[in-house]
Write a protein of this length. Structure first.
Length: 149
């Protein structure tokens, strides 16, 4: 059983490398503007408007100092703005600027098109099977990960 899992793991890693080569983590705007890590921050903030450093760190499983560096760079690029938290004057909330919203939306559309390209080689039934199995595998891994912490 362990050999089968190892072989499956190696096959999965190979597939993930092929996915990475397709550029799913990139944006159509190029890597000079926003890195994949910064894009993850933009995506999180877009989905959680008004979140703070602790929220982002917890949601992305990063340390607060790592998030602080990332949001500072996004602020310097004019993609984020910070405002004092009205409930706690010691903390701040982050919001996408109009430019940040444009970059985030453009990147989402680009990634969606890449995913549609990948799925286009499958029938509707195969797409459902692939997505269902991936969801099931992720749910099991997330459950085990939570138990181990």
């Amino acid at each position: 059983m362990t050999d089968e899992i190892t072989q499956a793991g190696n096959r999965f890693l190979s597939l993930m490398n092929r996915l990475r080569k397709l550029g799913l983590g990139n944006s159509a705007l190029g890597t000079a503007l926003v890195s994949p890590a910064q894009m993850a921050l933009l995506d999180w903030i877009a989905a959680s408007n008004g979140c703070g450093v602790q929220d982002i760190a917890g949601g992305l499983n990063l340390t607060p100092p790592t998030v602080s560096v990332g949001v500072r760079r996004l602020e310097e690029a004019g993609l984020l703005k910070r405002k004092p938290n009205p409930q706690d004057k010691r903390s701040v909330q982050f919001f996408l600027t109009a430019r940040g919203q444009t970059v985030q939306q453009h990147s989402q559309n680009f990634r969606r098109k890449k995913l549609e390209l990948i799925l286009s080689g499958l029938t509707q039934q195969e797409q459902e099977t692939l997505l269902g199995l991936l969801g099931k595998a992720l749910q099991a891994a997330e459950s085990r990960n939570t138990e181990e912490q």
